[in-house]
Design a protein around this ligand. Structure first.
Ligand SMILES: *Cc1c(COP(=O)(O)O)cnc(C)c1O
Length: 237
């Protein structure tokens, strides 16, 4: 194994142990949880190592970088290309591009973006899985993007009418300066409301390197972990 692959293998093993321990504490099965490795700013060679190590899902947050990386991955890995999650704030003028290579978009927070993604996906006749990003900072400075909780169901209703989008659930980033436990408890309530109207919208994407245990405790189905596996991010490419 190369040094880098060994480093990534260690980071993955430690993260999987944390997930297992959090599942034991919460009385959940690790089978309920998908680990998305956030590879933003890291090179394609790292993604190739991760795939060899069994990673099936990666997260990217900038269109310009992701577009190029995914094209290289498809060329190198073919069918073994991991599932691509777009987790960054998406500008409407990037929606067409994102809809071409992403399998899942986690950051839908307004109707205009949903409409643009639907149109983008229609060009290649794809159906894109989307999550509604929920602002757990309730619109305050501490918030880190997303629709405030009262806007979530109306947005879900708008997504229902877009034929190239499929609502898969909700996503959030814990606000800075608040106990993630309380924030993810609020997210779980929003997720319940969405599920009662849209029973197939089962995903809760929550939890990063610093707070994955709290996310597992509150029902996360998808964790987005970067630093704990890949190390500190290099400066922007
Ligand atoms: C970068 C990023 C992550 C990963 O964060 P780490 O702290 O490195 O695990 C998760 N979610 C989103 C939305 C991100 O932008």
């Amino acid at each position: 194994m190369t040094d880098r692959r060994a480093e990534l293998s260690d980071g993955l093993a430690r993260t999987r142990e944390r997930i297992e321990a959090a599942c034991v504490a919460a009385g959940r099965s690790p089978d309920e949880i998908t680990l998305i490795v956030v590879t933003k700013y890291f090179p394609v060679t790292d993604v190739a190592h991760l795939v060899e190590l069994g990673v099936t899902d990666i997260g990217e947050n900038r269109d310009q970088e992701a577009k190029v990386k995914v094209a290289e991955l498809r060329e190198q890995l073919g069918d073994r290309t991991p599932t691509i999650h777009f987790i960054g704030q998406a500008q409407r003028n990037k929606a067409n591009s994102i809809a071409r290579y992403a399998d899942v978009v986690h950051s839908v927070d307004r109707a205009a973006l949903a409409v643009a993604l639907d149109r983008g996906a229609s060009h290649t006749d794809r159906v894109l899985d989307v999550l509604i990003q929920v602002d757990l900072g309730e619109g305050s400075q501490a918030g880190r993007g997303g629709a405030v909780p009262t806007e979530v169901l109306p947005l879900a209703d708008q997504i229902r009418d877009l034929p190239h989008l499929r609502l898969a659930g909700v996503m959030a980033v814990a606000p800075l300066g608040e106990d993630p436990d309380q924030a993810f408890a609020r997210l779980a309530r929003v997720a319940d409301e969405v599920r009662s109207a849209y029973p197939q919208a089962l995903w809760i994407s929550a939890g990063m390197s610093g707070d994955l245990e709290a996310a597992v405790a509150h029902g996360a189905t998808h964790l987005r972990v970067g630093t704990a596996i890949l190390g500190s991010r290099p400066p922007h490419l």
